[in-house]
Design a protein around this ligand. Structure first.
Ligand code: ZN
Length: 225
């Protein structure tokens, strides 16, 4: 056996070996209950409720059979109980995004506990089962993590940032949405300003993603038990 043929044989064995190893995992992936990440994109909306933008986002989610996670601010939710309830009644999950959006890493531990606790009490008072927390600006450190854990919450970050808060144009937000793949957690905003670009981008992108077979769900960390 010459050297080249030996290499080919070794490569073939490696490929056959990897196929064999991959087989059980693939078999498991055919069960949608056991593998919720298979076809699901996790849309998340921060800083709400955000007035009529929240209404419009709820409408486009409903049109596309989509569930999502809304990280409400305590002070906004207190001002707008009706929309907070509407998010819940539409079958979405609510996450805790603090009372009034401080950078948590600048706070004392007592202030952290107060930001999380006051929002949590209000949201639970609306009947929400709140299991997750998203730090404003994505800012956290060990002490913030400790405060989140002490409140019995899980930290939920994101891996796709549409930067919709900066109003980059509908097309830019659509491109980010269409680039999402299963398991991605996508950051958007229904509150904190003019979110008409966010609404319009969702109206364009969600039907296309649904057409491709994607589903839109609540993140596992935020899902009610
Ligand atoms: Zn925020």
């Amino acid at each position: 056996m010459n050297h080249f043929r030996l290499l080919v044989t070794a490569a073939a064995a490696a490929i056959i070996g990897s196929l064999f190893i991959a087989a059980p995992a693939n078999a498991q992936d055919t069960d949608p209950v056991d593998d919720p990440w298979d076809d699901t994109i996790f849309l998340t909306f921060d800083d709400g409720p955000g007035g009529s933008y929240t209404d419009e986002i709820l409408a486009v989610l409903a049109e596309n059979d989509a569930q999502a996670t809304f990280f409400l601010l305590g002070e906004n939710a207190q001002r707008d109980p009706a929309r907070s309830q509407a998010v819940l009644e539409a079958g979405h999950a609510i996450g805790n995004h603090t009372w009034d959006h401080p950078n948590m890493t600048t706070l004392t531990r007592a202030e952290m506990d107060s930001q999380i606790g006051t929002a949590q009490t209000l949201l639970e008072g609306y009947g929400a089962e709140v299991n997750c927390f998203r730090p404003p600006y994505g800012a956290y450190n060990t002490e913030v993590n400790n405060a989140i854990a002490a409140a019995g919450l899980q930290r939920q970050m994101w891996n796709v940032d549409t930067e919709d808060w900066s109003r980059p144009g509908v097309d830019a937000i659509v491109d980010d949405l269409l680039g999402a793949t299963p398991g991605d957690v996508v950051l958007m905003h229904d509150g904190g300003g003019d979110r008409s670009q966010t609404v319009e981008a969702l109206e364009i992108a969600l039907p296309q993603l649904a057409e491709q077979g994607y589903k839109f769900g609540i993140t596992p960390k935020c899902s009610p038990a």
